[in-house]
Design a protein around this ligand. Sequence first.
Ligand SMILES: [Zn+2]
Length: 334
Amino acid sequence: MNKEMLKEVLSLPSISGNESIVRNYIASYAIKNGIKVMVDDKGNIYLTKGSDKMTEGEYYPCVVAHMDTVHRSHNTLIEQDLRLDIVESINETDKHYNQTTLTAKLPGTNTQTGIGGDDKCGVFVCLEMFEEFDILKGAFFVEEEIGMLGSKEADEDFFKNVGYAIQFDAPSANWITETCSGVKLFDEDFKGLIRETLSDGGYSKFSYDPFTDVNQLAQKFDFCCLNLGCGYYRQHTNGEYVIVDEVESAVKVGISLINKLGIADYIHNKSVKIQNSSLYGDFEGSFNFNDSEDEELMDMSENITDSVIEMVADGGSREQIKEFIYEYLMDNEF
Ligand SMILES: [Zn+2]
């Protein structure tokens, strides 16, 4: 894995509505490597590699990330065409002891700011996939953080011959989104197909998460989607950091998955999509939860527990924890 390139991608400032620096970086990467580029009216950018190698009935794997971050203070950097200072250090906390860690500072200052690993780590992992594969598509969306506005307008033509999509947009290197804001991303048979490859790569935690772009893709299109952790932590805060080895784990598991799944179509059977059920409402229906809904609730409470433990360990205040739980439940439409 190219660590210098990771640092370069992380240094690019980008916020929702002003992703141009990241988009230009992706475009010039593509042009340099002979990869076809397309930008839609919304500003999303799409890469296609290997169209000359495709024959009738074959489908592209597609990797996905979002280009925006939430860090409003980076606006000034964008205006002045500056880059974040990326700081590399050896982690001394118990959680990541001895691991190479990246954080960011506002250029020329000692002020730490969010590094925007959410989701520039994802952007980097996707580009690394293009280093590896001769046949691949990539979709990079704008404005994910303000309600998936980019992926809501995902280009239908581009996705016509996509067989499955893998997004990299979650913390850590052991995180698999199975249900995303009430939308099931893949079917049981697809899960059976990928489970071993994922766990060999260190990914075993299937979870129920708030939104990211594959939520939109899974609703708009009929292929299986997936979202994986790509090594960032404490996203959306100035203390956000990236564990380099975990970004590499995401690259590796991405490569293994695409090698395993190949250039085939994995249809997402919408009839088994789980509807989000309200704990209180739905008087027309019954109150009986089926097994998968039970499982979903178990996943949610496990996620909340994990996150609260993590926040306490990181010194989070009572108010921050309350706010997190409130937002989590709101995101999941409770
Ligand atoms: Zn994200």
